[in-house]
Design a binder for this molecule. Structure first.
Ligand code: FES
Length: 128
């Protein structure tokens, strides 16, 4: 699958625009947070990374082989730096504060798939 073949809105259990994700207060600054939509096997896994007042949303799929980037579904991410996520499979590193850009590893030059998120009245919602 190439980057252009992966359309997050077409994935199983992908949340619709306007869906409530969580409360803003549930997101500690500079900490990666994962939210699942749907059943465990087919869950859509959304990554959220708050950087002070900015919020970044990504699909938990590594663009190298489109695998989830944590070893288990209950969390446990490998952080290379405070805002850099390392995929557990082949060690690609993604800059969470820079559009999920891969800065090292086998898919250098690609990006994580962005999911638009907005904050409204203290709630994090899926954007358009
Ligand atoms: S699947 Fe992530 S680096 Fe290979």
């Amino acid at each position: 699958m190439s980057d252009t073949d992966f359309v997050w809105t077409e994935q199983a259990n992908a949340p619709k625009s306007g869906s409530v994700v969580c409360a803003w207060t549930e997101l500690p600054d500079r900490t990666l947070h994962e939210v699942h939509f749907g059943g465990s096997e087919e869950a859509f896994k959304l990554l959220l990374f708050r950087d002070r007042d900015a919020l970044h949303g990504y699909v938990n799929k590594c663009p190298h082989h489109w695998l989830t980037m944590n070893r288990r579904s209950d969390g446990e991410f490998m952080m290379w730096a405070e805002d850099e996520l390392m995929c557990v499979h082949h060690c690609a590193v993604f800059k969470l504060t820079d559009a999920g850009r891969c800065i090292d590893g086998p898919c250098l030059g690609t990006n994580l798939v962005n999911v638009p998120v907005v904050v409204l009245d203290g709630q994090v919602l899926i954007g358009e």
